[in-house]
Design a protein around this ligand. Structure first.
Ligand SMILES: NC(=O)C1=CN([C@@H]2O[C@H](COP(=O)(O)OP(=O)(O)OC[C@H]3O[C@@H](n4cnc5c(N)ncnc54)[C@H](OP(=O)(O)O)[C@@H]3O)[C@@H](O)[C@H]2O)C=CC1
Ligand SMILES: N[C@@H](CC=O)C(=O)O
Ligand code: NA
Length: 361
């Protein structure tokens, strides 16, 4: 999706300022020379390649080609800079742990991958330090709310001197979709929980293993990422998302099932437990929504399944995979700054990544 969006940028103009130099899947890598027609060939090139992904080789390639191009430009009397950027579109922890390596070698990073920014604080600090030392930048808009302007909003609020007092919202596209479909407040029963999880997965909302959405970890990671922008909370979560108080919806017996296919298949054995949650909420004239809260004064950071009446904005405003994030701040007073819209799916996620890439121009 990202390569498609990149190749559809207006040309002449924006698209010509980008050159794809390498592309990797988990199995193979391709390298392109400057001027190579990557836009037409990338699908078949990556499928045909038997070169294995190698971070060291990629870093060498990116730094060498930047220098060669700049020297060639100077020989022709044109002065310009080549800005190498690594785009990590995986959810791999191993790839995320390489950011300090790339940043310290002059390679910028753009990613929707939450792992590096929501794991232990020391990794986050290494990333920030490598970026400051070399002047390289990292952008991660799509790590929270996919393409929705949430990271840019919190950064601007803080940088301009506002004080965030509370952030609350629906941060998971998957759990938003699931509960919008599962618990609409119109009847005590409805479609089975596992069937809706399966559709959310087909629609591309879930993490590679939907258990990472249902166990609340994805929301806890987003809360960690946001907390680290708030000065008084920056150091509060030394172990990252694991330090967030988090409600898991994964049945205990399915903890540790790492195959997404197996997880979804086995989840159907627990549909009756979820039916009961829905009918209990219905008895109270309420619906279920999975929400996240960062309360700055009390330091409470939590991800939980809550019940809401049908008039609450988390119910009236949301459909599909929508996220809603309310920023309560000093300047925004009694009426919060609200960002809302689709928070998952390939198109909106890639848009956030491409928007970050455009920041380098
Ligand atoms: N989907 C969404 O709505 C959103 C996703 N995100 C984040 O975006 C990222 C991607 O999500 P999504 O596209 O849904 O996930 P997918 O599982 O669809 O895609 C992940 C891709 O990463 C590749 N990959 C895995 N490990 C490596 C590796 N070591 N080297 C190179 N490639 C690798 C896989 O390649 P292969 O095909 O070879 O296995 C696969 O193509 C995740 O971090 C997710 O959290 C963020 C916001 C929203
Ligand atoms: N799986 C995540 C994708 C976006 O971060 C979600 O459902 O929100
Ligand atoms: Na975002």
């Amino acid at each position: 999706e990202l390569v498609d969006q990149l190749s559809k940028l207006p040309s002449p103009g924006l698209r010509d300022q980008f050159q794809l130099l390498s592309l990797s899947s988990s199995r193979s890598t391709v390298y392109y020379d400057i001027g190579n027609d990557w836009q037409s060939n990338w699908r078949k090139d990556i499928a045909a390649s038997d070169i294995k992904p190698d971070a060291q080789a990629l870093a060498t390639r990116l730094t060498q080609i930047s220098t060669v191009e700049e020297v060639a430009g100077l020989r022709q009397g044109v002065s310009f800079s080549v800005i190498p950027v690594l785009v990590d579109n995986t959810s791999s922890e191993a790839v995320a742990r390489l950011y300090p390596f790339f940043l310290s070698r002059g390679i910028n990073v753009v990613t929707p991958n939450k792992k590096a920014f929501s794991s232990e604080l020391t990794l986050y600090e290494e990333i920030v330090a490598a970026s400051l030392k070399t002047g390289t930048r990292f952008y991660n808009e799509s790590t929270v709310g996919a393409g929705l302007p949430i990271i840019s909003t919190i950064k601007d609020l803080i940088a301009t001197g506002d004080k965030v007092t509370k952030i609350e919202g629906v941060f998971s596209g998957t759990l938003s979709y699931i509960f919008n479909e599962f618990s609409d407040g119109k009847s005590r029963d409805g479609p089975s929980f596992s069937s809706i999880v399966s559709v959310a997965r087909q629609k591309g909302y879930t993490e590679p293993n939907p258990a990472d959405d249902l166990n609340g970890a994805d929301v806890a990671r987003k809360l960690t990422i946001l907390s680290r922008y708030i000065p008084s909370l920056r150091d509060k979560l030394p172990d990252g998302y694991k330090s967030v108080s988090t409600k898991s919806l994964v049945p205990a017996a399915l903890d540790g099932v790492r195959s997404g296919d197996e997880f979804v298949e086995k989840l159907s054995g627990y549909d009756q437990e979820f039916d009961k949650l829905r009918s209990d909420a219905f008895e109270e004239d309420k619906v279920l929504r999975f929400v996240g809260v960062i309360d700055v004064a009390s330091g409470v950071i939590k991800a939980d399944l809550e019940r809401y009446t049908n008039t609450h904005p988390f119910v009236t405003s949301l459909g599909g995979s929508d996220n809603i994030v309310m920023f309560h701040t000093e300047r925004y007073g009694a009426r919060p700054l609200i960002v809302q819209g689709a928070g998952a799916g390939a198109a909106v996620t890639a848009m956030g990544v491409l928007g970050d890439l455009l920041r380098f121009l």
